[in-house]
Design a protein around this ligand. Structure first.
Ligand code: SAM
Length: 345
């Protein structure tokens, strides 16, 4: 196993059955060895700095009906909200004051944010904060819409592919959503020039280890600049409410494998990791992640942006959560980096 880990670190590539071995057959000690190698690779690129991104949850209206997601269209228990441009700008102002230099606007697929509305929001942020990166995570759009976002000043886009296996993808999403469209979006985003992020939920219902291997191979082909990996967590008002949550351990192994394959990638230690275990976020960093995304959304809306049950860090003011993040990072030998943290090769 150690030979596999060394070879992965050196050549950034293994055979499919070798990935499978890493995903299924590591002893505890070998897992620790994998994590050690992954964090050494991250430290070679980023030293002990962890980039922060200010997350602004723009809207929980969504036209999609993904079976796993708490803000799916059919969840009539969700209390819906939309942020106005002014509320977004207030969140940015607070974030900027605290030292954030990346703002991430994430939301459901909400067509009331027409291209014209989004372009206006993006341009306003761009004008006010020329030194900041603007990241979007607003789902699938056509090429022209993505291009308008980019031309207005957005720099990065997060769109997890969720599963590259068509059958598995179809089991997570209702008819009408296809992996073909999703991957076309991802290649369009890259073509336009966005730093592009993709990824999966580990342990999503019906996912097999072979599916994860396929996802790893897809990410190798896509070469995203950002890779988001978190465990699947159930939400009580979705069709998947009784499905098992994903495994913390397997999520960390996937993070570490992807770090060894993508030394320069920006890999967040996700909120889902922080939710599944108290020290989940620390463990993500110790398995090679180098980004954290504290919540900058106005607190009164946060409880409404519930993708899964028991979401972590819901009540902390951004300032408090930064201070406690810094303390936690120090305990494991890291520190917040206030750099804007673009992808660099
Ligand atoms: N609508 C945009 C999109 O689909 O990319 C952005 C928002 S979407 C809610 C963001 C991510 O949340 C998804 O890519 C998905 O992987 C994750 N997510 C949704 N429901 C989840 C759940 N129950 N457990 C863990 N992650 C979840």
């Amino acid at each position: 196993m150690k030979e596999l880990i060394h070879r992965l670190r050196e050549t950034r590539k293994l055979q499919p059955d070798e990935y499978k071995q890493l995903l299924t057959s590591l002893t505890k000690e070998e897992q620790e060895y994998l994590f050690l190698n992954a964090r050494e690779v991250a430290q070679e690129q980023f030293s002990n700095g962890i980039f922060i991104r200010g997350l602004i949850e723009l809207t929980n209206y969504c036209k999609n009906d993904c079976y796993y997601c708490g803000i799916r269209r059919s969840n009539d228990k969700a209390q819906r909200y939309r942020l106005t441009k002014e509320e977004v700008l207030e969140s940015c102002e607070e974030g900027y004051r605290l030292g954030f230099r990346t703002f991430v606007m994430q939301g459901g697929e909400d067509d009331s944010y027409t291209p014209r509305v989004m372009v206006d929001i993006i341009k306003s942020i761009r004008e006010k904060y020329p030194d900041c990166a603007i990241t979007l995570s607003l789902g699938e759009k056509d090429y022209d819409t993505y291009k308008q976002y980019y031309d207005a000043g957005a720099n990065r886009y997060l769109l997890r592919h969720e599963s590259i296996n068509a059958e598995h993808y179809a089991s997570l999403h209702p008819q009408g959503m296809t992996i073909q469209t999703r991957s076309e979006c991802l290649f369009n985003l890259k073509k336009i020039g966005f730093q592009t992020g993709s990824g999966i939920m580990v342990g999503s219902p019906n996912q097999t280890i072979d599916n994860i291997v396929e996802d790893i191979l897809f990410l190798e082909e896509l070469q995203p600049q950002m890779i988001g990996i978190g465990p699947y967590l159930p939400h009580k008002d979705t069709p998947f409410k009784d499905k098992e949550k994903g495994s913390l351990e397997l999520t960390l192994i996937v993070v570490a494998i992807l770090r060894l394959m993508h030394p320069y990638a920006l890999i967040p230690s996700t909120t889902a990791l922080a939710t599944i275990a108290d020290d989940g976020r620390d463990k993500g960093i110790l398995a090679g992640a180098n980004v954290v995304m504290p919540n900058l959304s106005p607190i009164r809306f946060r409880k409404k942006y519930l993708l899964y049950n028991d979401k972590a860090c819901m009540d902390d003011e951004a300032a408090e959560s930064l201070a406690s993040l810094q303390k936690r990072l120090e305990k494991i030998g890291y520190t917040i980096s206030y750099d804007r943290g673009d992808f660099r090769k």
